[in-house]
Structures are given as structure tokens and as C-alpha cells.
Design a protein around this ligand. Sequence first.
Ligand SMILES: Cc1ncc(COP(=O)(O)O)c(C=O)c1O
Length: 386
Amino acid sequence: MRSFFTLVALFCALDASIAFTLTKPVPFNRAMSIRAAAADCPLPGTAKLDVDWQDLGFEFRPTKSHLKVEYKNGAWGSPELVSEPYIKLHIGATALHYGQACFEGLKAYAHEDNSVHMFRPDENAKRLRSSCERTMMPVIPEELFKECAREVVKDNMAYVPPYGSNGAMYLRPLLFGSGARVGLQPADEYTFLIMVMPVGDYYKDGLAPIPALVIEDYDRAAPRGVGNVKVAGNYVADLLPNMEGKKKGFPIGLYLDSSTQTTIEEFSTSNFIGINKRQNKYVTPKSSSVLPSITNKSLMALAADSGWKVEQREIPVEELKEFEEVIACGTAVVVTPIGKVVRGDDVYNFGDGKTVGGTTMELYKRMRAIQNGEEEDKFGWNVQVC
Ligand SMILES: Cc1ncc(COP(=O)(O)O)c(C=O)c1O
């Protein structure tokens, strides 16, 4: 495995466009035989955890390894699998002082036949590229990103929740300036990590709508700022508004555009979707300061495939009254149904506030079925690890 990584790094350092042999998505076939463990690819779900696979939450859990690649002297080095969950960092690292850091989030799922598949890692590689470009960090080539993701999942295969547990392996790629600078400028050294952990189903008791509060005293992102990329600073800006909203009884906060406060942007860590059933429309904001969600992109494709009109455009706040269903979407949960949105004295209700809307449920089920290998992957989203 080490020699494979050395080869990858060598090619990347030379900036060669190499032909990686990535595994193609398997054709859909529910009758396929159960995969037996191979030497280089153990079976998922065999690790001993402190909880049952069904009871995993969304929190850090130790696994066998994380993956690390360092960028020095203008080139990416060899990826390594590291067992200790610590890094030694220079006190002058630009990530610590100037927030030169970005990250990603994606999942890998075990199918019934014991094969394991990542969901759309190519999209995460592309989004990481735009985060790197905006923050002046060296880009991780897409093929290197995907191979690193594959190798770290393979090494931690025992920790991939088994099929039927409704859990998944969460991958958290992280890239930051690790070189020392005191004056404000980009670092000359960078570190790319992928940590992995098994995470559970958010909705053990079924999907339940939650109330959202429009955040009026703070902005998440400026129109020409960094809201459209996944950089660390966006999340620290949201900690206080988020916590204040929770104290008022709202588990989720909704941001409006920061310059006029008249159009909908997105939730703290998920995109906004409004369903207008009477007009058969799926509506989601178009804005220069919203993070392009891979879940939203996928749900848009599924909605269009089911005959919905998909509109990505400015959404005035008042249009909330036109929606029968509102969804917050993202990798961690796929969909969170929103029961009501509160803005000062204005309350916008969706359905009875207690029952999940039919369209939300349909989109959720279809997406999870594709991720679990239970429905044909007709868009080619699943990338097989083993
Ligand atoms: C600000 C923000 N918007 C939206 C999303 C949803 O994106 P994705 O579907 O790619 O997880 C996330 C999560 O990554 C996020 O942090």
C-alpha cells in the first residue's frame, strides 16, 4: 500500500495526468452474491465499538487510522495512514492565526452484498478545489483526493457500519496551512488529512419536523466573501447565533442575504429547499454566498427526474407562505423537515408542523435507497471502495 501511495505522490508532484484505475459503479443487481473478506479489503462492520451500530450518533469515535499528505517545496508528498489521532503543528501555522483552512464532508455506505461505496466523492473534490483557490491553498488533484478517500476507508473498513444499521462511514477531509507566517500571506507548507468515523442514523425515531428561527442580528456570509466555499471561518461565525437560537428553542437557524435581509440564503449547515405543491415546484436559492450543497444537487436531479420543476433563483422571504414543505438538506442528515420558520412576529407554518411532508419523505427515501444500493444508481453517484 505504501508503494502505491509513493507512486501516486510521484505522479502528482510531476503534475502528470495519470490514468488511475478507479472502480466503476457496479451495475444494479440485487441478486448479487455476498462479498467475502479479501486480504486487502476486510468486511465492513466487524470492529468492536463502545455502542451498538444502531446507536451511533454524530460524534467523534476513534478508528484505526487517518490519512495524511503534506505539501512542501511546491509539491504534494506521499500519503500515509497514521494511527495516532494527533498532529504536531508549528505555532506559526497560518491555519491557527489566519484561518487558512477548509474541509469537506462525505459518506461511505455498506450495501447488502458487503461492498462499500462513497457517495459522489468527485463533487467533494471539486468543491475542495474552489475552497483552495479562494483561500490561496494548493489544490489536491481530484484523482488523488478520490484515491486517498478510498484508501482510508479501506484501511478502516471494519468501522464502516454494516448494511441494515442505517449508519455510514463519515469522511472529513481537512486541508490547512501548516507552514509558519507572521505577516499576512499564504503559507508555504500545507497538510491534507482525512479523518473517518462511523456515524449513525439521525432519525432513529423517524423524520420529525423542527422549528427554524430567522437569524436577524448576525450575518453568516457577505455577498462577495467566502460563504460559497467550505472554509473554517464560516463556521466559527455561526457558533454564537446558533447557540442563541437553540436557547430560544430553535434547533436550526436560517440566514437571509446580508445586504438587504430580504431573500433566503441557507441554514447554518444545510441548504434551503421550498416545495410548492400546487405549482409542482422545487425551489432553492441562487446566491453568491450560499455553499453549493452536494445533497441539494442530488435532490434537484431526483426531483427533476420525478417530474418536479426545479428552480434555483432568489427567494423573497414572503414566498415562504407559498411552500407546503420546507427542507434543510445536507450530507449528515440528507433532509431535515422544517415545521415552521419564525421571523420576529411572523410565523410561517408548513403542514401541521408534526408530520413529515410527502415530498420530503419521497426524496429522502429515494436518496437513501440509492446510497444503500437498494435502488438502481442511474446517475452513477456511488463510487465503489471494495
Ligand atoms: C453551510 C452549509 N451549507 C450546506 C451544506 C450541505 O452541503 P452537503 O450537501 O454537500 O453536505 C453544508 C454541509 O456541508 C454546509 O456546511
